[in-house]
Design a binder for this molecule. Structure first.
Ligand SMILES: [Zn+2]
Length: 180
């Protein structure tokens, strides 16, 4: 006899913050073919390469590794061979069936699967591994098995579909005072 596990309903939305340093301003965008709800982050000022990527909320790392293939895009060779998929990436389980994903990191993640992370803890650095045109952070929030609209600091981002090119500019509230 096979017993199917009952799926718990998702819990309330965790108070996610932008996955970048406190006080920095970033442009969050999407474009046709990107996939609904997916967000690409580019700094409003300065170079994207190597910027810290932070946990949006406390949780447990479930994946820290390579998705697809890395390719060869580095700060010294930004137009090097393009990889496939997410490149170096991290997935965090926040409990209540909520999850966040961080893709195209520059180097192997600074965290490992099974590790507990605090809000604002550094996961890696912004890069262009995997299927990435330019250095940026690809970011997703998931509820249960579905991608959902990203919210930051209690506010929906407005990035809900990939029908048209669209972007918003936000300042990170991922600040030490918010950490538990
Ligand atoms: Zn993306």
């Amino acid at each position: 006899m096979v017993v199917a596990p009952l799926l718990r309903p998702p819990g309330p939305r965790p108070p996610f913050q932008l996955p970048v340093s406190c006080g920095e301003t970033w442009r969050l965008g999407t474009y046709p073919g990107h996939d609904d709800f997916d967000v690409d982050l580019f700094p409003a000022e300065g170079d994207a390469w190597g910027r810290p990527v932070l946990a949006s909320h406390a949780g447990t790392v479930t994946v820290a590794g390579i998705n697809g293939s890395l390719g060869g895009r580095t700060p010294d060779n930004p137009k090097g061979p393009r990889g496939r998929g997410g490149g170096y990436w991290v997935k965090i389980d926040h409990g209540g069936r909520w999850e966040t994903q961080y893709l195209h990191l520059l180097e192997p993640p600074l965290v490992r699967a099974g590790q507990r992370v605090a809000q604002g803890e550094q996961l890696g650095r912004v890069g262009s591994t995997g299927n990435s045109g330019a250095p940026h952070l690809h970011y997703e929030q998931h509820r249960g098995r579905e991608k959902v609209e990203t919210w930051f600091d209690g506010v929906p981002s407005g990035i809900t579909d990939d029908d048209t090119e669209y972007s918003v500019t936000l300042t990170s509230g991922n600040c030490p005072a918010d950490r538990p």
